[in-house]
Design a protein around this ligand. Sequence first.
Ligand code: SF4
Length: 392
Amino acid sequence: MVNTLSLKVVTTLMKVHIFLIALFYFRNWRKTIDILSVLKGQLKKYRGAAGIQKISKVDGMYYWDMYGEGWPSSAFKRNAKREFNRVSNPSLSHVGMRNVLFGITTKCPMRCEHCYEWDNLNLKERLSFSDLQKVIEKLIHYGAGQIHFGGGEPMMRYEDMLSVIKKYSKRTGFWIITSGFQLTEVRAQQLKTAGLTGVCVSIDHHVTESHNTFRNYPQAYEKAQHAVMAANRAGLVTSLSLCVTRQYAQKENIEAYVAMGRRLGVSFIQFLEPRAVGHYNGKEVDLSFEQKYMLEEVFLKVNTEAAHHQDPIIIYHEYYKPTIGCRGAGNGTFYIDPLGEVHACPFCRKSVGNVVTDSIEYCVDRLRAKGCTVPVPEVAKQKTREMEVIEN
Ligand code: SF4
């Protein structure tokens, strides 16, 4: 993380830049100020605090969110305009997408406890290389700010992935969501040269044996840690993704996890709550009220308190859902599974179309018509009420 003085300088310059992009875009002072104040309010609800409290510097660029491109860059400018459009024209249905998670392979050597692709795992590959290119062209044309490659394990399709990143990285941002399998120093460097932005490595426990058991793979932890270090050395942005299970959701575990993230030098940690889909289908996996509350407390503390300034930035999607809504279902993101079927997110599975044969516009319209169907949990409603009391 950049120090407090650099943070002030960088955020000031970034704000001036955003203001100028908006002013040139709208060519209207009043509108510029109005739209920027709406976005400022949304940022507070997204991160739990006013303004940007932390920024990570990677390879000369500044990142405050793993779903936003680094500043300064042309991708940052492009994405800022998409956000202006989203806020200024709420009735416009096709303003682009913040990011799309794209499962590019069914293949995976692991057998994770929580795998949402369990039913498709290691089926015959459905998407050809030319399908991958066609889908990426469509997503870029639609205005996807980032494409995150998942699977299966996307590293199982390394050569294809490397080729498309090389070909399209000037037109959109790419991330890889991986278990860390076969992400060696050489590959990390090749991916960086091809134009990859970042790597999100899933680690689901801070204790080696527990992570290996969760992933049902003997060297899973070792591979994940090596992948993070290789990506850091290559100058890629790094993030950890944690599926917070009922058993793991205790304050001391989460604090140990954050400390591990800091030791590994990642910019972000993403908390994901388990859902009863895929390998968890039919199981009781939801976190309790107290566990969700504890996660929110850690999220707010780590992202805002000075004592945690050098800890990674935490992304916790459940935090902002009650105030600014779910970003899934085409409201900022959606999911394409390894068969090409389009879903609201990896956990809300009901195909609305196939990305190879249908247009993105058709799929997004269908996703939006249905919206997010997951009810807002009680803990989130309570937090919203608390925030409203503070704001009033
Ligand atoms: S969660 Fe990912 S790494 Fe684990 S089995 Fe499923 S696809 Fe493989």
